[in-house]
Write a protein that binds this ligand. Structure first.
Ligand code: UTP
Length: 291
């Protein structure tokens, strides 16, 4: 089975759930304590054996590119101030992977963003990391999915159990268990509104590994919910024709595209941050007495 070395990170969405900040700061670069969330995604990809990453951006998303660009001004200042640790950190971040950028001229949906990556991907399987989902996991979630792909040779969607009342927001999977945390999926339904429509409480969240046949499917997939080209509509066709694997990954997902997810990521990361953890824990304990 071909090793997966390429990833696509769609990051061109308008982020309406994060308004008003998303009008000026891309949600994909919002901080988790002192690092932009996109750095966590890049590190996850690199830790999964990915060497080449295409970030799909759009208007007002230049801050993402700037962060991964080597900054000569900072180099000079950090050298002069003898801030060696910060300088080494900047150099490491700028050389994590081969990172490429491509603009999606209009935010026409996640499926359209993935279709923009066709030339970059060519005829290879590839990972998609949804740009506003940060994963905390011992083994990178993308790596978990790549290993499943290598076992089965089929597209793999990362799934989690979600409460039935929340499934209305997600894509519910028809899932027949075939192994530990692993299900054969032959159908799925996007944003089911009634319990009868729902296949299971397993929903796609944040990470998928796709085969290149998804591009031809995307090209003839009609526009779906919200007048956008939905990636799930194309994955549904893949499931119905050749089947996809659902894998219940191990890890915690933070939805950086929502205000609550942004706060949870920051508080939980601060509680582990080497410089902050003790003082922040004390602060939270004091604060909680007032709640
Ligand atoms: P979302 O559906 O969460 O992004 O897409 P959104 O449309 O920005 O969200 P809201 O509902 O308005 O807040 C998941 C990922 O796909 C990217 C987004 O940037 C996000 O990282 N995306 C979405 C694109 O790259 N292009 C699109 O047209 C849509």
């Amino acid at each position: 089975m071909k090793k997966i070395t390429k990833a696509v990170i769609p990051a061109a969405g308008l982020g309406t759930r994060m308004l008003p900040i998303s009008r000026t700061v891309p949600k994909e670069i919002l901080p988790i304590v002192d690092r932009p969330s996109m750095e966590y995604l890049i590190r996850e990809a690199v830790g999964s054996g990915i060497t080449d990453i295409l970030i799909i951006t759009g208007r007002n998303k230049e801050a993402i590119e700037n962060y991964f660009d080597y900054s000569v001004e900072y180099k000079d200042v950090l050298q002069a101030k003898k801030k060696e640790r910060e300088l080494a950190d900047m150099e490491e971040v700028c050389s994590l992977a081969n990172i490429y950028f491509l603009r999606q001229k209009e935010a026409k949906g996640l499926g359209h963003a993935v279709l923009c990556a066709e030339k970059f991907i060519g005829d290879e399987p590839f990972a998609v990391l949804y740009g506003d989902d940060v994963m905390a996991a011992e083994k990178p979630v993308t790596k978990q999915l790549c290993e499943v792909y290598e076992n089965y040779g089929k597209a793999v969607v990362g799934v989690c159990e979600v409460p039935y009342e929340d499934l209305k927001k997600y894509c519910s999977m028809k899932a027949e268990k075939i192994g530990e945390r692993t299900y054969m999926t032959t159908d799925m339904v996007e944003k089911p509104q009634t319990k009868e429509e729902m296949f299971s409480n397993l929903a796609i969240l944040g990470r998928v590994v796709l085969t290149p046949d998804i591009f031809d499917i995307l090209k003839h997939t009609p526009l779906g919910k919200g007048g956008e080209l939905q990636l799930t509509d194309a994955m549904k066709e893949l499931a119905r024709t050749v089947g996809v694997i659902s894998y219940e990954y191990e890890g915690k997902r933070y939805d950086m595209g929502s205000k609550l997810g942004f706060l949870q990521a920051n508080i939980e990361t601060a509680l582990q941050h080497p410089e902050l953890k003790d003082i922040f824990r004390e602060y939270l304990k004091e604060l909680s007495k007032t709640l």
